[in-house]
Ligand binder design. Structure first.
Ligand SMILES: [Zn+2]
Length: 70
């Protein structure tokens, strides 16, 4: 498994356009709600995610909310 010190996306292992999960607003909650993945500061995996995954997650959140409104 990928170690914490590496600057890689937690979700897709991309190494570009990374943001810290704990600094991006609500990102950790979003990941938990949509993917059922819990990211904690003490686990041994990277705590960064890339812009591509952020976009995918927010698109998916919008999609999910639309589904819930039907
Ligand atoms: Zn990614």
């Amino acid at each position: 498994m990928v170690g914490k010190g590496l600057a890689l996306c937690r979700l897709c292992l991309s190494g570009t356009s990374l943001e810290d999960v704990f600094e991006a607003t609500d990102m950790n909650d979003l990941i938990f709600n949509l993917l059922a993945i819990t990211i904690t500061k003490s686990d041994s995996h990277p705590s960064k995610i890339c812009q591509g995954c952020i976009k995918t997650l927010s698109d998916f959140r919008d999609y999910r909310e639309r589904c819930l409104e039907v």
